[in-house]
Design a protein around this ligand. Structure first.
Ligand SMILES: [Zn+2]
Ligand SMILES: [Zn+2]
Length: 310
C-alpha cells in the first residue's frame, strides 16, 4: 500500500505547490481523497492516471477540494469502457457534480454511485474486498468530513507445525489454507484455515483529515493510524486566524497526532502565505510537539508499512 501526495497546498494552487489531494494505491486500485483545481496535473505528474480510480472521497464543498472533479470526469471518459466510479462526500456533492455535468455538457461514459453523508449511514462510508473507508464530520466553516481508510484484517500467521500434525502435505494445500480456504486431504478429512492460522492481523490504516479546528472527531479518525495526512495550514503565531477560519496550525496537528498515537503525521493544506523556504519553520514547529511529524511534499510516495506484528 502506498500513499501518493498529489499536492500539499490549501486555498489556491501555486506554481510550486498544488492543492491537497491524496491517492492511496493498493493492489492496482486508486482511492482518491479530494480533488481541487489542478489535481489532474498531480495525477499526470505522478503517472497514476485515472484508469484505476474507483473511489473518490471529497471532504467538503470548498473550491480548493472539489473544483477539479469535472476535469477528472472528462479525463476518465477518454478511456474506453472505464469501471464505475463511487463518489463519497458531504450532502450536496451529487448536485454539484450533476449540475457541472449538465452545464458543461461533457461526455461521460461510466456510471457514478454517489454516497452522501447522513447521520443514519453510520461510520463506514464504503467497503470493498480489500479496504473500508470511515468518515466523521469535523469542525470547519462549512460541513466537512474527515476520512480513514482501513485495510481489512489480514489472515493470521500460518503455523506449519500445526498443518504437519494434521497430516496436510507441504505444497499447494498449504497455500490454500494460508489464503483462508478449507482443504480436503486424501483420506477425505477436511482441514479448516482456523486450525492452522494464528489470530487475524490488523491491516494498514491511513487517515486523511483537512480543514478543521481541533475537534474530538480527529482523534477518532487518526487513532493509531500508520500514517495520517493532516492539515497543518499555519504557524502557531497565526493561530487566531486559523481558529477563525476553521483550520489547524502545525502545532495543533502535531499535538493531536501525538495524542492519537499516529505513527507518522504528514502535514498538508499548507497556506500559500508560506513559500518553499519557510517550510523548514513549519516543520520545526510541528516537530517540537511530535517527532513523527513532517511537512508534506507534492508528488512524494509514502509507503505504508505493515504493523509491527509482521
Ligand atoms: Zn481547504
Ligand atoms: Zn475549506
Amino acid at each position: 500500500m502506498e500513499c501518493i501526495l498529489l499536492g500539499s497546498g490549501g486555498m489556491m494552487p501555486m506554481p510550486y505547490r498544488l492543492l491537497t489531494s491524496l491517492a492511496v494505491r493498493f493492489n492496482g486500485r486508486i482511492y482518491l481523497f479530494d480533488c481541487g483545481e489542478g489535481t489532474q496535473l498531480g495525477l499526470k505528474k505522478t503517472k497514476i492516471g485515472v484508469r484505476g480510480l474507483g473511489v473518490l472521497a471529497v471532504s467538503h464543498l470548498h473550491a480548493d477540494h472539489c473544483l477539479g472533479i469535472p476535469g477528472i470526469m472528462m479525463l476518465r471518459s477518454q478511456i474506453l469502457d472505464p469501471d464505475p466510479l463511487t463518489i463519497l462526500g458531504p450532502p450536496g456533492i451529487q448536485k454539484f457534480i450533476r449540475q457541472s455535468h449538465d452545464n458543461l455538457g461533457f461526455f461521460l461514459n461510466f456510471p457514478i454511485t454517489f454516497i452522501e453523508w447522513s447521520s443514519e449511514l453510520g461510520e463506514v462510508a464504503y467497503e470493498d474486498d480489500q479496504i473500508r473507508i470511515l468518515w466523521h464530520p469535523v469542525e470547519h466553516s462549512r460541513f466537512c468530513l474527515g476520512y480513514r481508510l482501513e485495510e481489512l484484517d489480514r489472515p493470521g500467521k500460518f503455523k506449519p507445525h500445526l498443518a504437519t500434525a494434521l497430516g496436510v502435505p507441504k505444497g499447494s494445500l498449504w497455500g490454500k489454507l494460508q489464503q483462508g480456504q478449507s482443504v480436503t486431504l486424501e483420506d477425505g478429512s477436511e482441514v479448516e484455515p482456523k486450525q492452522v492460522l494464528g489470530e487475524s492481523r490488523r491491516g494498514r490504516h491511513v487517515a486523511y483529515v483537512v480543514d478543521t479546528r481541533p475537534a474530538k472527531a480527529i482523534y477518532r479518525l487518526c487513532h493509531e493510524a500508520d500514517i495520517a495526512f493532516m492539515e497543518g495550514m499555519f504557524l502557531p503565531e497565526d493561530g487566531d486566524h486559523a481558529d477563525a477560519k476553521g483550520h489547524l496550525t502545525v502545532v495543533d496537528a502535531a499535538r493531536i497526532a501525538h495524542r492519537a498515537g499516529v505513527r507518522r503525521a504528514v502535514l498538508v493544506h499548507i497556506s500559500p502565505r508560506y513559500n518553499h523556504d519557510q517550510l523548514a519553520l513549519l516543520a520545526e514547529a510541528a516537530q517540537s510537539r511530535f517527532a513523527g511529524a513532517e511537512m508534506g511534499e507534492d508528488f512524494k510516495v509514502y509507503e505504508v508499512p505493515l504493523p509491527n506484528d509482521d
